[in-house]
Write a protein that binds this ligand. Structure first.
Ligand code: PGA
Length: 223
């Protein structure tokens, strides 16, 4: 299976910036498609810029079905846009938007109901309560990403022994594909490749095409 590389733009970029990023980077990862698969998570207003041949990922979804929920973007609307994946439970959503484990579980169920794969982010302390809140029949249908909040936005990942230990804790709940996120850079990506991971999530280092390109090259040449 190709190694997954998920670019999370968070609340960054304008329409011209997303277009220019795609023009530069898409030819690079098309060249490496046997070794890696890129998933792109821009803001909602930019999802339509991603052609159907790309793996588009929303950064959030409503925990509710379509209805009277002003401002919410629901799972069927994302499906209409060709979205294939959706982040749920990012620590910034849990912290700044006060999302609970039950909100995250409801989002998972809305997404899987329309055939969008949730990418469920977990810090170490979320693991037990989050799996307890999920519907058992849905657990193995998500992708997971271990992301320690204290290691976001820097240049040093969590220690490799901590990542290995937490991989084991998540593996006790599900055999689903598992990513790592948090300060992944061109300088440290090679250290993560020997771990038992299906991919990585990259935010800060995905914003500039030069650093994202370097990450893709390291992965492609290692595989
Ligand atoms: P980072 O962020 O790559 O900038 O550390 C990861 C994330 O929060 O998704």
């Amino acid at each position: 299976m190709p190694f997954l590389v998920l670019a999370n733009f968070k609340s960054h970029k304008t329409i011209p910036e997303v277009k220019s990023w795609l023009e530069t980077i898409v030819p690079v990862f098309e060249q490496y498609q046997d070794q890696l698969e890129v998933i792109i998570a821009p803001s909602f207003p930019h999802l339509h810029l991603l052609s159907s041949s790309l793996n588009s990922c929303a950064q959030d979804v409503s925990p509710f079905p379509p209805g009277a929920y002003t401002g919410a973007v629901n799972a069927p609307q994302l499906k209409d846009l060709g979205v294939k994946y959706c982040l749920v439970g990012h620590s910034e959503r849990r912290h700044f938007f006060h999302e609970t484990h039950q909100d995250v579980a409801n989002k998972v169920s809305e997404l899987l109901g329309v055939g969008i794969t949730p990418v469920l982010l977990l810090s170490e302390k979320d693991i037990v309560p989050q799996f307890a809140a999920l519907d058992d029949s849905l657990v193995d249908r998500c992708l997971y990403c271990f992301e320690p909040p204290s290691d976001i936005g820097g240049t040093t990942t969590a220690p490799l022994d901590v990542i290995t230990q937490v991989i084991g804790q998540i593996r006790a709940h599900t055999p689903a594909p598992l990513l790592y996120g948090g300060s992944v850079t061109p300088q440290n990506i090679a250290n993560l490749l020997p771990l038992n991971l299906s991919g990585v999530l990259v935010a800060t280092a995905s914003l500039e095409t030069s650093s994202f390109n370097s990450i893709l090259e390291v992965i492609a040449h290692a595989r």
